[in-house]
Write a protein that binds this ligand. Structure first.
Ligand code: FES
Ligand code: FES
Length: 161
């Protein structure tokens, strides 16, 4: 199968990769770029474990072709901390509130939450539930996740992240 050479920005770095036309963005991230924080759950757009930000908006990377990311900007869970050494306020809140059990949903859940708080810094519980509506968690019952997002919203005020 022919390959296409594409350029894209991943977590702030310009990357040039040769990809098959049918390669998904999820496969590109995990298998080619070794960014394994993004998880492969269902592969059919149902669970949200593969959520990344494409030009700042959450997408299911399992349903996005790598070639669709040509000349665009991708942010994964590995790229959300501005310092690279400290946790993003959403990550910190997930830890503090016990919102992580098996952790498989967590990267996708956090990416959806990061987008929510960038676009709506002071969300209601209903808005939080709507924002993570595409992210399935089989472990936590969601209550601690929602508490964590509320905590992150308070913590982020004035942090600029
Ligand atoms: S792996 Fe993409 S939505 Fe489940
Ligand atoms: S913590 Fe296990 S699926 Fe959410």
């Amino acid at each position: 199968m022919n390959t296409h050479v594409i350029e894209l920005i991943v977590n702030g770095d310009l990357r040039e990769v040769a990809v098959r036309p049918n390669l998904t963005l999820l496969q590109l991230l995990r298998d080619h770029l070794r960014l394994t924080g993004t998880k492969h759950g269902c592969g059919t757009g149902d669970c949200g474990a593969c959520t990344v930000l494409l030009d700042g908006r959450p997408v299911n990377s399992c349903l996005t072709l790598a070639v669709e990311a040509r000349n665009r900007t991708i942010t994964t869970i590995e790229g959300i901390s501005t310092s690279g050494t400290t946790l993003h306020p959403v990550q910190q809140a997930f830890v503090e509130k016990g919102a992580v059990q098996c952790g498989y949903c967590t990267p996708g859940m956090i990416m959806s939450s990061v987008h929510l708080l960038r676009t709506n810094p002071d969300p209601t519980e209903s808005e939080i539930r709507h924002a993570i509506g595409g992210n399935i968690c089989r472990c936590t019952g969601y209550t601690k996740i929602i508490e964590a997002i509320e905590t992150a919203a308070r913590a982020k005020k004035g942090s600029g992240q």
